[in-house]
Design a protein around this ligand. Sequence first.
Ligand code: ZN
Length: 181
Amino acid sequence: MTAPPPWRPGTRSATRRDEAVRLVLAGRALAEVRKELALTTVDERLVVDYLLHLAATATRAVRREVGPARPADRHAPPTGEVAEALAAARACMNLHPAPEQPGHLKLHWSPLTGRMARVRVVAHTCEWCVLESYELCASGGLMFIRRTDRTHARPVESVTEHLPEGRMMPLWARLISGQAR
Ligand SMILES: [Zn+2]
C-alpha cells in the first residue's frame, strides 16, 4: 500500500508536484524536472520526501530481520524502478563513505557470531545505493563498527573490536573519509 502524496490535490502546486514525481519515476533527473516545472524549494523538498517514502514502502516487504536491537524502521535497499528513480534524482541524502584512500588504515574485521543484545546504532552509512554499509554501534559502554556486505546472495556481517568511544570515534571518522576500511 502506498500513501497518496502529502499535498492537497486539485491545486496548481499539487499538479506541479504530481508531475515532478511522475517524471522522476520515469527516469528523469530531478535537476531537469526542477527547471522544467519551475519547482519551488518547498515543492522540491516535498517531492524528494515523497520519493523517499515510496522507496521505503516498496521495500518494506523485503525487510531483513537482523537482530532485536536493530531499530524497527530500517529497510532493505529499494530495488528496480524506485532505486533507479532515486539514483536518477540523486535524491539519496544518506551518508556515503568516501572511497578508500591509498595507504588507508586496515581495520581488523571479525565475523559476527550470534546475536548481540542491546546494540544501539549511533550512526550508519547508506544501505540503499551502496552494497557495503557500516554502522557505528554502542553496546555495554563500548563502541564498534558493524559492516554488512551485500555483494553476495546472503549478507555477510563483520565487526571491529570493541573500543571506548574516545578511541572508536576517530576510527569511524577515518572510515567515513576513506582513511580506514
Ligand atoms: Zn545512498
